[in-house]
Ligand binder design. Structure first.
Ligand code: AMP
Ligand code: MG
Length: 413
């Protein structure tokens, strides 16, 4: 049995994996399919936004110099010579003493340099009276106020959310260069597994890892490709691995440890190349990495929590590298509500819940840290990192958390 100190560190194992992954090709998708995709190129605006000076109010466009004499008790009178709704364009040049009815978003007519809102004038139909002077530029949005032609609006590698999609739409981008989604084959192995929705026979359990990994792969921005679950049978496993050829990565779960029916390590070793097996991590020590032909294979342990933690630390960064996106989740500093023990010299990722109080985040373990248990994993908001050289983190200490979700605010701040 290898001593803990002989095991590969998390950093070394991750580096060995990442060395096999590169950003995938660029593909073009219509803007309305770009949500959630990763931008493959930086995007520069070829337009000023807004493209023309326009009114920010419903009111009257005018020359500010026509209004300098306006004062309460001695109003200035302007003729109304035009009517400009949004979407139209007036080439009628305004002269001193003239105004044009104009709606929000409509282009300022030539000669105008300000807009007085409806509520600030006496509207007599063919003329308006103003009792206060209007300054140059008032209620006007200049061309390029938001975005200037030639500036970069989004950089390569960002994930497109609704706000960024709106930005692309605003500058007229109809087709977006994004990174191809990596195809991640998912194979759960185990004689005991049955699919949710079918009756359980004695000795059987429901396969939760496949659903978990489909979700995790999708959330990471990749495409899950589910392979039929196989039994702990070398022939079945081998056939299934070969059926995964063409994927960008194969994730397996189960059969990675030292049990009599744990075949994964030998199968990868015989069919391809085993790069490493076992990492100085808890949970998830039996993690393995290798390849079969050109297909990289990450063998995740079967225990659900071990599978999830190792997916996060090793598989997700590989997926994110293929996407050309940021590799890691956001981390925050949290104050520990309780002591966390870490005997055995492994890097521990403890499952915990977050609470925000008096200006800082607090973390409480989300339940038992038994890696076979799913409830504490599903309850967890984050993974707390416990360094391998710390036998405990004390209550009240500050630790680093990898964040899955932040706590909901009970009310609007
Ligand atoms: P193994 O890595 O095959 O030794 O499995 C470790 C533990 O995880 C065992 O208790 C298995 O029953 C359980 N397990 C393995 N695969 C799955 C799965 N797909 N869904 C839920 N539990 C699993
Ligand atoms: Mg098994």
């Amino acid at each position: 049995m290898a001593k803990q100190a002989d095991l590969l560190s998390v950093e070394d194992a991750r580096a060995r994996i990442l060395a096999h992954f590169f950003r995938l090709e660029t593909e073009l998708v219509p803007l309305d399919e770009a949500l959630g995709r990763v931008l493959a190129e930086s995007v520069t605006s070829t337009l000023d936004i807004p493209p023309f000076a326009n009114s920010s109010m419903d009111g009257f466009a005018l020359q500010s110099s026509s209004t300098t004499q306006a004062a309460p008790g001695s109003p200035v009178s302007l003729d109304v010579v035009d009517n400009i709704p949004a979407g139209s364009f007036s080439s009628r040049e305004l002269r001193p003493g003239e105004s044009a009815r104009i709606m929000t978003g409509a282009p300022l007519p030539p000669g105008a340099d300000a807009v007085v809102p409806f509520e600030d004038v006496d509207d007599l139909g063919s003329e308006i009276h103003l009792s206060i002077a209007v300054s140059e530029g008032f209620s006007v949005r200049p061309a390029g106020q938001d975005i200037t032609s030639g500036i970069q609006v989004l950089s390569s590698g960002v994930a497109l959310d609704s706000r960024r999609v709106a930005l692309l739409a605003a500058i007229g981008v109809g087709v977006v260069p994004v990174v191809r989604r990596p195809r991640i084959a998912i194979l759960s192995t185990g004689d005991e597994l049955v699919s949710p929705g079918t009756p359980l026979q004695p000795g059987q359990i429901y396969n939760s890892n496949t659903s978990m990994l489909v979700g995790a792969v999708s959330e990471a921005g990749a495409l899950p490709v589910v392979l039929p679950t196989v039994r702990d049978d070398v022939r079945e496993i081998v056939d299934s691995i070969h059926a995964a050829a063409g994927a960008d990565l194969l994730l397996t779960t189960g059969g990675a440890s030292v049990g009599d029916y744990d075949h994964m390590k030998d199968v990868i070793g015989h069919q391809g190349e085993l790069n490493f097996w076992r990492v100085r991590v808890r949970p998830g020590k039996p993690l393995l990495f290798g390849s079969v032909g050109s297909l990289p294979v990450i063998g995740l342990p079967g225990n659900p929590t071990s599978g999830m933690v190792t997916f996060e630390q090793f598989a997700r960064p590989a997926i994110r590298r293929m996407l050309g996106a940021g590799l890691y989740r956001p981390t925050i500093h949290v104050r520990l509500d309780e002591r966390i023990e870490n005997l055995g010299g492994r890097r521990t990722y403890a499952r915990a819940q977050l609470r925000y109080e008096a200006g800082e985040f607090h973390a409480t373990l989300s339940g038992s840290q038994d890696s076979a248990m799913l409830m504490p994993l599903a309850m967890a908001d984050c993974l707390l990192i416990v360094p391998e050289d710390r036998e405990e983190l004390r209550a009240g200490e500050i630790a680093i958390a990898q964040v899955w979700r932040l706590p909901q605010s009970p009310e609007e701040a």
